[in-house]
Structure formats: structure tokens, C-alpha cells
Design a protein around this ligand. Structure first.
Ligand SMILES: Cc1cc2nc3c(=O)[nH]c(=O)nc-3n(C[C@H](O)[C@H](O)[C@H](O)COP(=O)(O)O)c2cc1C
Length: 344
């Protein structure tokens, strides 16, 4: 009896005291946990493990104008502290997404991001136009790490001017919020953040995978057929955290942290560093029920620490610098009484 009573009291106190809602630019999220593109299918594949209504939002796999068959195998290699992949943006293309994936998202009770890719500025713009009328989509996430055919050797993800041209074009083509997903494979990510902010981005996702490589010394073969690939998982967390912090202190638009997050403690670290929300990627492969459990764990951690509203932690890192993402924190505070719903 005693155990039941204590358990009931704890549930009550958690439900009453801890507010996990955050304001991500124009989007109201019930909590700061999102899925990361390409690691959760298009979102609904995981609903048996984590109902979408439990988390703040779903991000689709990158959708491109035409179907992409992806790279040759092997295109996944496990490492000591994460994963290397070179899937090559495999997807069935925008027409298939419109006809077969989006209709299923209609009743989904969470914020839906569609992640879009293109090989030229015009392709990105065409994607935003083609998808922009669909009510199932709440916001776009723009994968700037796509191969760039138009610009030659400089990909969109590492050249601020190219990235800005993509975001500017997309913003002119759609009224939906646009989040620019940045690459960590640059020397100054703040320059990229400032460029996409100036181009009109509503927010930033920091970051995509790090360039990495694996070799089997016995066979002398690389772990991936493409030799290089994208590194993700726990090993990238410190780099991703530094990138997200650098973005958050450089711009006024909200930042979504991504990279190596696998616990509620990790989530709170990214929020304190300046992020308004986070995405979970590689960690969900081993544990697809993680996002839902993480919401409960977040509530418990905040309750234990006496923090009533998760948004009060955003950008509170005491890093000794003058810029501390005050705009994110004050935006979040202004939302105190706003109604928080799964969809805006
Ligand atoms: C297998 C795999 C596929 C991915 N596909 C995409 C993709 O289609 N588009 C994209 O923007 N990011 C993609 N990513 C990157 C993730 O969304 C995320 O940015 C990255 O994995 C870092 O987060 P994590 O360490 O939590 O996985 C992919 C990552 C993995 C591991």
C-alpha cells in the first residue's frame, strides 16, 4: 500500500509541477524532444515504440525531387562510440512522399517537419513549392549537406553564401517555417549560422553528421564502400554540443541541438548550452522507445532539481561570454501562458 501511495504522489507531483513545453520560433512544442532526420523513418514507423503524441515533433528522412537509390554497400559501419553511414540520401522522391507518406501524417498529434534536399538552389526551391501547400507539414528542415551539382566543388553546407541562397529562395517560395540544418564539417559554424539567419531562416538545426572513416587493417578495406561517411552517435556529442552552443550565441533564431544525444541528462546539457529543442538520432536505433522514456526522465530530473519549466534552462550556461542566447530564453519565457499544442 505504501509503495502504491508514494508512486501515486510522485506521478501527481510530476504532472503538476513540471512544464516541458518550449517555443521553437513560431512552433509550440509540448516538449523539446524531436526525432532526427533519417533515423526514425519518416516518423510513423516508430509509433509502436513511441507514440508521436509523446514527443515534441517528428522530422522526416530527407526527401529529394527524384528517387535516389543510395550508395553501394557496405554503407553502415559500427565504431567504438557510434556509427558511420553513407546511405546517400536514399529515398523514393517527392512524388512518392506526397502520395504515400504525407496522407498518413494527417492525424498525427505532433509537430511535423519535412526535411528537404536538392542538388541545386532551384531544386530546393522547387521542393518547397511542391510541398508548401500541404497542411500535414508544419515546417521544413533544409538539409544543406546535400551534394551540390550547381555550385561545383563547394557544397551548400560549407559555404555561407551558397547556404544563404538556398534559404533565401526557400523562404520566398513558402510561408512555412524554415529550419536550416548545418554541417559540423566547417571551421567556423557561426558564419554559417549568421548567413542562414540573415537569409531568413526561422531556426537552425545543429548538426548533421561529422565526416569520418573506418578501415579494417586485416583486409586493408575501408569500412564503407564510399570510404568516407557520416559519423553519429555518442562519440560526436562534445563536438555537436560545441557547434550548437556556438550557433546559439551567434544568432537570435532558435537552435535545435543534434548529435550524440542518448539521455535526458544530454538533453538538458544542450538546452543549457542554448538550444530550444533537441533531436535524437542514432540512439533510437538501439532503443526505439527511448524518446518517450526520455520525456518521463526529463520530468523526473527537473522535478528533482526543483525546475518548474524546462524553458527556464535555455541558454543559461555560465560560459563567461557576453552573449548567452538571451533571445531564446526571453522568447521562451514570453510563452509562459501560451497554449501548447502538438501542432501550431
Ligand atoms: C543512418 C542515418 C541516416 C541519416 N539520414 C539523414 C537524412 O536523410 N537527412 C539528414 O538531414 N540527416 C540525416 N542523418 C543525420 C541525423 O539526422 C543526425 O543529424 C546525426 O545522425 C547526428 O545525430 P545522432 O548522433 O543523434 O544520430 C542520418 C543519420 C544516420 C545515422
Amino acid at each position: 500500500m505504501r509503495a502504491t501511495f508514494c508512486g501515486a504522489r510522485r506521478v501527481l507531483s510530476m504532472a503538476n509541477m513540471t512544464d516541458l513545453s518550449v517555443q521553437l520560433g513560431p512552433l509550440s512544442l509540448r516538449n523539446p524532444i524531436l526525432s532526427a532526420s533519417g533515423t526514425y523513418g519518416h516518423g510513423l514507423e516508430m509509433c509502436h515504440f513511441t507514440p508521436p503524441a509523446r514527443i515534441g515533433g517528428l522530422v522526416s528522412k530527407t526527401v529529394t525531387p527524384n528517387p535516389r537509390h543510395g550508395n553501394a554497400a557496405p554503407r553502415i559501419a559500427e565504431t567504438e562510440a557510434g556509427l558511420l553511414n553513407s546511405l546517400g540520401l536514399e529515398n523514393k522522391g517527392v512524388e512518392h512522399y506526397l502520395a504515400h507518406t504525407l496522407p498518413d501524417m494527417a492525424g498525427v498529434d505532433t509537430v511535423v517537419f519535412t526535411n528537404i534536399g536538392g542538388e541545386s538552389v532551384d531544386e530546393f526551391i522547387a521542393m518547397a513549392r511542391r510541398l508548401g501547400e500541404r497542411d500535414e507539414i508544419d515546417a521544413f528542415e533544409v538539409n544543406l549537406s546535400c551534394p551540390n551539382v550547381q555550385g561545383g566543388r563547394l557544397p551548400f553546407g560549407t559555404d555561407p553564401a551558397n547556404a544563404a541562397r538556398v534559404i533565401e529562395g526557400i523562404k520566398a517560395a513558402t510561408t512555412k517555417p524554415v529550419f536550416a540544418k548545418l554541417s559540423p564539417n566547417v571551421s567556423r559554424i557561426a558564419d554559417m549560422a549568421l548567413a542562414v539567419e540573415a537569409a531568413g531562416a526561422d531556426g537552425i538545426t545543429a548538426v548533421n553528421t561529422l565526416l569520418g572513416m573506418a578501415v579494417d587493417w586485416r583486409t586493408r578495406k575501408p569500412g564503407l564502400a564510399t570510404v568516407q561517411g557520416g559519423y553519429s552517435g555518442p562519440g560526436v556529442k562534445p563536438v555537436a554540443l560545441r557547434c550548437a552552443w556556438e550557433c546559439a550565441r551567434s544568432v537570435s533564431i532558435p537552435v535545435i541541438g543534434c548529435g550524440g544525444i542518448s539521455s535526458a541528462e544530454d538533453v538538458l546539457e544542450f538546452l543549457v548550452a542554448g538550444c530550444t529543442a533537441v533531436q535524437l538520432g542514432t540512439a533510437c536505433f538501439a532503443d526505439p522507445a527511448l524518446p518517450g522514456r526520455m520525456v518521463d526522465e526529463l520530468t523526473r530530473l527537473l522535478d528533482d532539481a526543483g525546475v518548474a519549466r524546462v524553458r527556464d534552462l535555455i541558454g543559461t550556461v555560465q560560459d563567461g561570454t557576453s552573449r548567452t542566447c538571451a533571445s531564446n530564453a526571453s522568447d521562451a519565457k514570453a510563452q509562459t501562458d501560451a497554449e501548447v499544442v502538438g501542432r501550431p
